[in-house]
Design a protein around this ligand. Structure first.
Ligand code: PMP
Length: 360
């Protein structure tokens, strides 16, 4: 007997599932560490928690739909006009607004691969076709190949810098050359979810300034990583006012909660303290990366809050070895393992696993 159910869009058959990072298993005598979602190991500052608690007292009211205070705070912080700023429920929420604004069935969206898992999902949901372009062997974007993949049907190119899960940035020169090569009516998203962890010497572009010169460039930023607010869901996009208007139209009404708006504003106010934490995470990353190199591992140079272990078919095996010592990491089958940077004790334990993991 056939089951009757409402007709669903056929594209849903091709939408890959988003697999979230698992919590670590509790093991006797070992503190478990979650290194699977690139989260900030520090909880929000007490001053931020206070603001959120106070905001909760008015939760019977809908939030400010345009996140006016947050947009003004971001505009001051980044030195751009407020018309350029669009807040959303996480930067992935803003990305979904971008896709709704530009792509539909028959269109193409070019992105690097491997990159952020959500890209092929949000692209397919519009009915458009994702066009993945392989990374270079060192985990960097192959921007000339991505420019060459642009066709008449391309509506959007996604550039992730630092790239999740491999870690390198796109340099300023690379991005400018790429923007010169791409038609002006094709939107380019620069996803800078990990921007605050990038060292100045990495050569990353000044994306804020660049988007003021390039109307087809949208910059995505988030409060989930450096600012430690992943659980509240708030991020933003910087875009030319015409594009920004479109992103406000494609937003789900009231997507950013009152609590999230208040926490993000308070976090910008407490930025010095939060960036001190970011510096400690960057120092820990450098320590872990140097120790891996010392052990003979060749890993991509990372500017984010994670390291990439390109172990190919043995990704599951390495993730299991981590799990056996209370660390949950993210394995990408057949490709590698991404390990978030967190407490030094977690880093030490991971380095022990890496040291004894057989190389081939
Ligand atoms: N972009 C990249 C590259 C990411 O890795 C992530 C989070 N894993 C996001 C965007 C989404 O972040 P948010 O929590 O702001 O939606």
């Amino acid at each position: 007997m056939t089951t009757l159910h409402p007709r669903l869009r056929a594209v849903l058959d091709d939408v890959p599932a988003y697999v979230p990072g698992r919590p670590p298993e509790a093991l006797d005598g070992l503190v478990p560490y979650k290194l699977a979602s690139n989260e900030n190991p520090f909880p929000p500052l007490p001053s931020v928690v206070d603001v959120v608690a106070r905001a909760a007292a008015s939760a019977n009211r809908y939030p400010d739909m345009l996140s006016t205070e947050l947009v003004a705070a971001v505009a001051r912080h980044d030195g751009v006009p407020p018309e350029h700023v669009v807040a959303g429920p996480g930067s992935v929420g803003v990305l979904s607004q971008v896709l709704t604004a530009v792509a539909s069935a028959g269109d193409e969206v070019v992105h690097a691969w491997r990159s952020f898992e959500a890209y092929p999902i949000v692209v397919r949901l519009t009915g458009a076709e994702p066009v993945p372009v392989p990374l270079l062997p060192d985990g960097r974007h192959d921007l000339p190949a991505m420019a060459a993949a642009v066709t008449e049907r391309t509506r959007l190119v996604l550039v992730c810098s630092p790239n999740n899960p491999t870690g390198p940035v796109v340099t300023s020169e690379e991005l400018e050359a790429f923007l010169d090569a791409v038609p002006r009516d094709v939107l380019v998203v620069l996803d800078e979810a990990y921007r605050e962890f990038v060292r100045p010497e990495a050569g990353a572009p000044d994306a804020v300034a660049l988007h003021l010169e390039r109307p087809n460039l949208v910059v995505l930023r988030t409060f989930s990583k450096a600012y430690g607010l992943a659980g509240l869901r708030v991020g933003y996009g910087l875009a030319h006012p015409v594009v920004a208007d479109a992103l406000r139209k494609t937003a789900i009404p009231f997507g950013v909660s009152t609590l999230a708006q208040a926490a993000a504003v308070a976090s910008l106010e407490a930025e010095d303290e939060l960036l001190e934490r970011v510096r400690s995470i960057v120092a820990e990353r450098e320590r872990v990366a140097a120790a891996l190199a010392e052990q003979g591992w060749e890993v991509p140079s990372t500017e984010a809050n994670f390291v990439w272990m390109p172990v190919g078919e043995r990704a599951g095996e390495l993730a299991e070895a981590c799990s056996a010592v209370g660390l949950s990491v993210r394995a990408f089958a057949g490709d590698g393992v991404r390990v978030s940077i967190a407490e030094p004790e977690a880093g030490d334990r991971f380095l022990e696993v890496a040291a004894s993991f057989p190389r081939v």
